[in-house]
Design a protein around this ligand. Sequence first.
Ligand SMILES: Nc1ncnc2c1ncn2[C@@H]1O[C@H](COP(=O)(O)OP(=O)(O)OP(=O)(O)O)[C@@H](O)[C@H]1O
Ligand SMILES: [Mg+2]
Length: 343
Amino acid sequence: MENARQVLSTCMGKLVFFCMYLPNPATMKYFIWTMKKTIIEAKNIFKSYDEVKAVVGLSFSVESSKCFGFLGPNGAGKTTMMKMLYAKALRDKHHESELSVLGFDPENHELEIKARTGIVPQEDNLDVELDVMQNLLIYARFYHIRKKEAVKRIGELLEFMELGDKKKAPIRALSGGMKRRLLIARALINNPELLILDEPTTGLDPQVRQLIWDKLRLLKQQGVTILLTTHYMEEAFQIADTILIMDKGKKLIEGNPVTLLKENMEPYVLEIIDKKEASKVKGNGKSGVRHEDAGERVLYYSKNVNELKKMAGKLLPGTHHIRESNLEDLFLRTTGRKLNAVQ
Ligand SMILES: Nc1ncnc2c1ncn2[C@@H]1O[C@H](COP(=O)(O)OP(=O)(O)OP(=O)(O)O)[C@@H](O)[C@H]1O
Ligand SMILES: [Mg+2]
């Protein structure tokens, strides 16, 4: 009898759950989202600031536990796109636009997204009046984390970012690299599922950059989805599973960095840094050698490294080098401009 009552009660519970929640379209949408593993889905996103078209019809999607990198020259629209993901900027009204972050539209569910996201903005916004610990404690309060728990978590995060001895340091006493690492520690305070990093390593020395890449790789292994913008090709290669190169608000190319290069670029480049010297060699049309002018530099691309070596033999030492092609070369090929050019 007792058993029968229990079975009946469980069935009733499930029925009540079904009736209460499933017909609700928002719940259905969330339920479907949890089944998929897409963390961000952006379709036809536009953003204008008066006459400036910062983002023009951008579409992309980011899978769970992957790193997605935005590349592009200054003013390409990278930061604007990031800001729209957590409602710091609102996208233009456009009938075909759709944006979903962790299953929510940022326009209507800013707090739900922020609760589960960590953000490292392009500009350092640490409070210089406070020390390291105080900066992080204030952040923990935003997430209603109790002080005792916050202190423990902050200690772990500072250790993780190798800032364990800086708890009491005033912000102004930190180097640029330490501040960047502190911003990442701060972004992790709420154990985020999604980490948004706008130029996490700009201006840092190669060692600190390497340390940050190691930490980001670790976080990815732990299941954190990472979205970042960068000007560094190496960064994109080291940690991004997918990159999206954009320019003037539009997508130019998207894909896995290694595959993109393999499919779109000759593997070797003869880079001549002295234009006068470059006039000594002519590679165009010769055994598949392609030529590209990049301001003061002249570049010859080929599958055949020996062909490039033969050409290099005609040049003065110190005026050229042969290297593997990279994303910068791919950008140049697609746009005719340098990736880090100022617009
Ligand atoms: N708040 C704003 N008001 C007006 N214009 C803006 C604003 N924010 C960005 N813009 C403009 O939108 C365009 C895209 O800027 P955005 O900051 O997104 O570029 P970015 O790719 O992040 O560049 P960078 O590599 O220099 O950080 C630029 O032309 C910029 O001047
Ligand atoms: Mg930016």
